[in-house]
Design a protein. Structure first.
Length: 94
């Protein structure tokens, strides 16, 4: 099993879109499963002190396995191993 395949099986893939991708400097990260709050804390920790990334992340819409999280409490949204979390910043005109 490749490291990427192992991350999908045992962890969570966080996918960044548009300005979130630019701020992250990459398209994806692999982190441990848990609550959505813990997943987001992990990606913030990967860029500790990066204010631009923190600002972009704070305005992103979040999808877990293609389901919008909306206003749900991130501490109560469970993200299972093998899930994909997508971070979508606001888009112009939409």
């Amino acid at each position: 099993m490749t490291p990427a395949e192992d991350a999908v099986v045992h962890g969570v893939v966080v996918r960044y879109w548009a300005s979130a991708r630019a701020a992250a400097g990459r398209a994806t990260d692999d982190v441990a499963a848990g609550t959505l709050a813990s997943v987001l804390d992990q990606v913030r920790g990967l860029r500790a002190g990066d204010q631009r990334f923190a600002r972009v992340l704070s305005v992103c819409s979040v999808l877990v396995d293609q389901t919008p999280v909306g206003a749900a409490d991130h501490d109560e949204v469970m993200v299972a191993a093998g899930s994909v979390v997508e971070l979508l910043p606001p888009f112009a005109g939409g």
